[in-house]
Design a protein. Structure first.
Length: 457
């Protein structure tokens, strides 16, 4: 794709980045703070757009806008903390220093399920570091992108061009990945998408920040607080209608408490309010598309042919008949089935017994993805084992909370087929910058490192 529209977007973004980087970082932070304040004023309006387009329930939609606001606050503080290091030089009268500089343009590809928050993760850090961003939203959430762009443009007329929106599908994503003008591509989506796009960026030796699939698991130990665990499991498996990369897909429950736990889990599932996501009482809205529904039904059909116990999964005729509301499915298995090894982006939860914690951790880690994981236990030794090098191999490891619901203060991301990227808090800002090692000689001699001698008489 080399249309005039695309070329203009790239040229505009590059010119904007050159001006933006000249502003001192704390001043950039102040503009980001104003952006956050405007988001606060329009929180309910923006959340309504998320609900209407991405079909998330009101509470989750408002939470997503709050996440964008929180990222603005984080970035504002970060604007005075873009620290480099000063290291002792082995040479007299020399200073050795690490400096961080903007990289230029960040290409940002986002998915439908978090149509504003993931942009904010990337934009707030990229912008405070001095970069511009070209955002390609999911075709399912173009209105959400337009709304965010409108907020940014209201905050700053002079620097509005540091946010450019590139609408489209696969062709536009490929164009970004192939473009040598874009040093970093941050892409959120399926593992398959990442495997297709990463080689395009790699071929030009560009950088990638990949947030891909997650086949997440939780382990329930005998000492777990069962009522707390049931709530944590249900939200993780059913929140956003099972359409989060951190959604719970696999659950391993100790055999000593299995009967009590599964009974309470079924009861909690039965109490869920499924309906129009704009209704404040709804806990689950519809799946994003008919395709998502069909994939879910194929998995259920396959598992049913294996004779396992399946509860839920059927379509519900609610509100608009063109939408696909479903009852979340629980599938009880006696052994690891092939279907459990792959992520299904829908509310399907596989449940299996275990009798040894190390066995459960091994089952958790056997999938290709490594995003999120959790353990429910009140035994310190069990939780510490889970968090040790012998425990969870995921980028996120939680104790006594579910697999979904991350805070912006911690770096978000996973290992293995999840892509290895980290967004949001901690030191994730370094991804959006280039590191410069500078040596300054403030003396009158020229000693060489490692004691090398050259042209000595």
């Amino acid at each position: 794709m080399e249309s005039d529209t695309y070329k203009n977007i790239v040229v505009t973004s590059k010119q904007a980045s050159l001006l933006w980087r000249q502003i001192p970082a704390p001043q950039r932070g102040e503009i980001i703070r104003e952006f956050g304040n405007e988001l606060r004023k329009r929180k309910k309006e923006l959340a309504h757009i998320i609900t209407q387009e991405a079909r998330k329930i009101t509470s989750e939609a408002e939470g997503e806008v709050q996440e964008a606001i929180d990222m603005c606050d984080f970035a504002t503080g970060l604007s005075r903390q873009l620290y480099g290091l000063t290291m002792p030089s082995e040479r007299p009268e020399h200073r050795l220093q690490e400096i961080w500089q903007p990289i230029g343009i960040v290409g940002c590809i986002t998915a439908f399920n978090f149509p504003m928050a993931v942009f904010a993760w990337n934009f707030c850090l990229a912008a405070v570091c001095g970069n511009s961003i070209i955002w390609k939203p999911s075709p399912h959430s173009n209105k959400c992108a337009d709304a965010i762009k409108d907020v940014w443009d209201k905050v700053t007329e002079e620097h509005k061009d540091i946010v450019q929106i590139l609408k489209g599908g696969n062709n536009e994503a490929i164009a970004l990945c192939k473009d040598e003008n874009i040093p970093l591509i941050s892409a959120t989506g399926s593992t398959q998408m990442g495997k297709e796009l990463a080689p395009l960026v790699g071929a030009r030796l560009g950088r990638t920040l990949l947030e891909l699939g997650g086949n997440n698991a939780a382990i329930v130990c005998p000492t777990a607080d069962i009522d707390l665990t049931v709530k944590g499991v249900t939200f993780s498996a059913c929140g956003t209608t099972g359409q989060r990369c951190t959604s719970l897909r696999r659950l391993f429950v100790h055999e000593d408490i299995y009967s009590e736990f599964i009974k309470k889990l079924y009861a909690y599932y039965e109490s869920l309010n499924i309906g129009d996501p704009s209704n404040a009482s709804s806990q689950l809205g519809p799946l994003i598309s008919e395709q998502s529904f069909n994939v879910m039904q194929e998995i259920i059909k396959t598992m049913r042919s294996k004779g396992v116990k399946i509860t839920g999964g059927e379509r519900l005729e609610i509100e608009d008949p063109s939408e696909f509301y479903v009852k979340p499915a629980i599938i009880e298995v006696d052994r690891i089935e092939e279907e459990m090894m792959n992520e299904t982006f829908a509310p399907i939860l596989y449940v299996k017994k275990f009798n040894d914690l190390k066995e459960a951790i091994k089952m958790q880690n056997e999938v290709k993805q490594g995003l999120s994981s959790s353990i429910f236990t009140n035994d310190l030794r069990e939780s510490e084992l889970f968090l040790s090098s012998e425990g969870s191999d995921c980028g996120i490891a939680n104790v006594n909370i579910g697999t979904s619901g991350a805070e912006i203060g911690g770096a978000f991301g996973g290992e293995k087929d999840t892509g290895g990227g980290r967004e949001s808090g901690s030191d994730a800002w370094k991804t959006y910058m280039r590191r410069v090692t500078a040596t300054v000689n403030h003396g009158s001699e020229l000693p060489l490192a490692q004691g090398v001698e050259f042209d000595e008489s």
